[in-house]
Design a protein around this ligand. Structure first.
Ligand SMILES: [Fe+2]
Length: 416
């Protein structure tokens, strides 16, 4: 399901992502568990203990915290309730590594995660090994595993994959704050955008939106429901850095008429003059990437833009962002280029429950539902998304000011 070594460079984007569940179920839960856990360790391997403890802003967490928190998730939701005789590694760790699960008890303040120098990295490695051994034993006889227990393993794996992407985005943010712009992987390159002129035309029609079938999905992808979509034309290609340089050079960041009120306030407050991680060196724009500081490539898709910036750019271009329903129907057609594996794409859809949505009972019901306010939906996946962790119905979400994720956009037009 996942490679055992850090991803070098950018894997080819696919417009037909493999369901992670199909991979999990094809290999079996135990093999999938070992593979996902090993991938987390591989992602952390190039980072020093000093790298792994830094927290560059409240939204970004230290690598060591991600490694421990994903472990706590299995301990809290799988082992404690379902592994008879399981012995906690250290009862103090639940307070440190619970993220936001109120039902699971009190927790450490998120903005202070970077202050947790102890337990040290070696102890966190031992914590992972302790939990790995217990889960491995629990999964030894998969056939007798109760379906609800298997479901917790599956969500734990998907949860850890989400944190794998965050390990990369969070360390990139930390490195972007470092004047010497360290490289996570010197071989890493952003790939050029696919040359995909034209647009996918969707005539007006009623379509089924949301996840259907047996494969894994998060609760926020359902219930599947019918929605009126179109008419709309959605660009096959992504907006590029070259497009964005034109926006900058045309004074896009200075023209209040292009911006939502909150967006222009963010521009002024944060001093935004360009996408996240961009720097001017010798009069030329550069960007801090996982491969270090490189000149901005005009042919690469623009990345690290907030919803506010994406919305302003669309207005500048005389266009719109697609809604998440429009995006899903267009992606299902297979006609979009770079739908997956390059940058998450902002939609103009607020993150809200689908008709009939009800969060699950218990602590895991806190996974998605309680965040359905003040955030916008992104679709697709990024070059930092682990292999197999993408679906056409996947709903990512972030506040409109967020731009440390691998976020870009494609544009749409309403035909007149
Ligand atoms: Fe988490």
């Amino acid at each position: 399901m996942t490679a055992l070594t850090p991803r070098r460079g950018v894997s080819p984007a696919s417009d037909t992502p493999r369901s992670d569940t199909s991979a999990v179920r094809a290999t079996g839960l135990r093999a999938a568990f070992r593979s996902v856990r090993a991938h987390t360790d591989a992602l952390a391997a190039p980072l020093s203990p000093e790298d792994q403890v830094v927290q560059s802003m409240p939204d970004a967490s230290p690598t060591k915290w991600h490694r421990a928190h994903t472990t706590w998730f299995f301990e809290q939701f799988l082992l404690e309730p379902h592994a008879p005789g399981y012995r906690l590694f250290d009862e103090r760790l639940a307070y440190l590594y619970n993220s936001y699960y109120v039902a699971a008890g009190p927790r450490h303040a998120r903005p202070k995660r970077g202050l947790i120098t102890r337990p040290d990295a070696a102890t966190v490695a031992a914590y992972r090994a302790h939990v790995d051994a217990a889960v491995d034993a629990l999964l030894a006889d998969e056939a007798s595993l109760a379906p609800e227990v298997a479901a917790i393993v599956e969500i734990g794996l998907n949860h850890e994959q989400q944190h794998q992407e965050l390990i990369l985005t969070d360390i990139l943010h930390a490195f972007s704050e470092n004047p010497i712009a360290p490289a996570y992987d010197p071989e890493w390159r952003f790939r050029p955008a696919s040359r995909a002129p034209g647009a996918v035309a969707l005539p007006e029609g009623i379509h089924t939106i949301g996840h259907q079938g047996d494969g894994f999905s998060y609760d926020n992808e359902g219930p599947a429901h019918r929605a009126l979509v179109g008419p709309v034309e959605i660009d096959r290609g992504l907006v590029t850095n070259g497009d964005w340089l034109a926006f900058i050079n045309d004074g896009g960041y200075d023209d209040a008429a292009l911006w939502l009120s909150d967006g222009f306030a963010a521009v002024q407050q944060e001093g935004w003059r360009a996408p996240g991680h961009w720097r001017q060196e010798d009069g030329r724009w550069h960007v801090v990437t996982l491969g270090g500081l490189v000149p901005v490539d005009p042919d690469a898709p623009v990345c690290h833009v907030s919803y506010y910036e994406a919305d302003a750019f669309a207005r500048y271009a005389g266009r719109h962002l697609p809604s998440e329903q429009e995006w899903e129907v267009a992606a299902r057609s297979g006609e979009l280029a770079d739908a997956f594996g390059v940058v998450w794409q902002w939609t103009r859809s607020a993150y809200s429950p689908y008709p009939g949505f009800r969060a699950a009972e218990g602590a895991l019901g806190e996974y998605n539902g309680k965040f359905m306010i003040n955030q916008m939906v992104l679709r697709g996946s990024s070059l930092a998304t682990p292999p197999g962790h993408a679906r056409t119905t996947y709903r990512n979400f972030f506040p409109p000011s967020a731009r440390w994720q691998f976020t870009g956009l494609r544009l749409a037009t309403f035909p007149t």
